[in-house]
Design a protein around this ligand. Structure first.
Ligand code: AP5
Length: 218
């Protein structure tokens, strides 16, 4: 049976960091809505140009556009065994759409690990984040530095700071998360799928708790 895992958590909680590790360990495709938008922006596609303004303001890209993009991504052959979803769903409408998409495949969301980190820590995490240009590998100048400053350990490409990691945009992203995405915590708790994880631990300990939460999924 395919397995679909939804990683939930505020901006900077460590979803991307963990998704990279867990997807490799489990052999599951990592589907990050933010990465797909950024790739489209880099390629200057219509989707990327359309999403840019929302991303720069720290707002959500409209549901219909985001849902269509994820529907297309999940229909590709590499998702036949399922996917580790990072950054999607982000609204109850997106969560309902995901359930509908998976139902047509006789599947469902199996587990929703929620990485919890207090708001005051998120700003420090995002302002110290460096991302690799080639593949999006993530570092932190204090908590998870690359071996050579400014270069990715995995592929040697240049590290950069995301435009939406500026303090004013980060504050808005956290506000948007609180208003529009945090209702999903209760949404998935009521379905018996939520596993709450303390995201303040070292990265390896968060991974261990995440794997345990996934193991308890449906
Ligand atoms: P997206 O790219 O999804 O951003 P996000 O959800 O805001 O999440 P981040 O990537 O910022 O954080 P993360 O939780 O992955 O943390 P990370 O692992 O990097 O979305 C960007 C934009 O795209 C949105 O604002 C929106 O406009 C649009 N968008 C995307 N999806 C959408 C959707 N579904 N609907 C509508 N619009 C959408 O870690 C952060 C830092 O902390 C790193 O430096 C890392 O090294 C460090 N770190 C990680 N874990 C630890 C730890 N345990 N201890 C110490 N440091 C740690």
């Amino acid at each position: 049976m395919p397995m679909y895992i939804v990683l939930l958590g505020p901006p900077g909680a460590g979803k991307g960091t963990q998704a990279e590790i867990v997807s490799e360990t489990m052999g599951l495709v990592h589907v990050s809505s933010g990465d797909i938008f950024r790739e489209n922006l880099k390629q200057q596609t219509e989707l990327g140009k359309m999403a840019q303004g929302y991303m720069n303001r720290g707002e959500l890209v409209p549901d219909d556009v985001t849902i269509a993009m994820i529907r297309e991504r999940l229909s590709r052959a590499d998702c036949v065994k399922g996917a580790l979803l990072d950054g999607f769903p982000r609204t109850p409408a997106q969560a309902d759409a995901l359930a509908g998409m998976l139902a047509t495949l006789n599947s469902q969301v199996n587990s929703v690990p929620y990485i919890s980190v207090p708001a005051e820590v998120l700003i420090e995490r995002l302002s110290g984040r460096w991302t690799c240009r080639a593949e999006g590998h993530v570092y932190h100048e204090k908590y998870n530095p690359s071996k050579i400053a400014g270069k990715c350990d995995v592929d040697g490409s240049e590290l950069y700071q995301r435009d939406d990691d500026k303090p004013a945009t980060v504050e808005n992203r956290i506000r948007v998360y609180m208003n529009q995405t945090s209702p999903l915590i209760e949404y998935y708790r009521q379905k018996g799928l939520l596993g709450e994880i303390d995201g303040m631990q070292p990265i390896e300990d968060v991974t261990a708790d995440l794997m345990a939460a996934i193991g308890k999924g449906k």
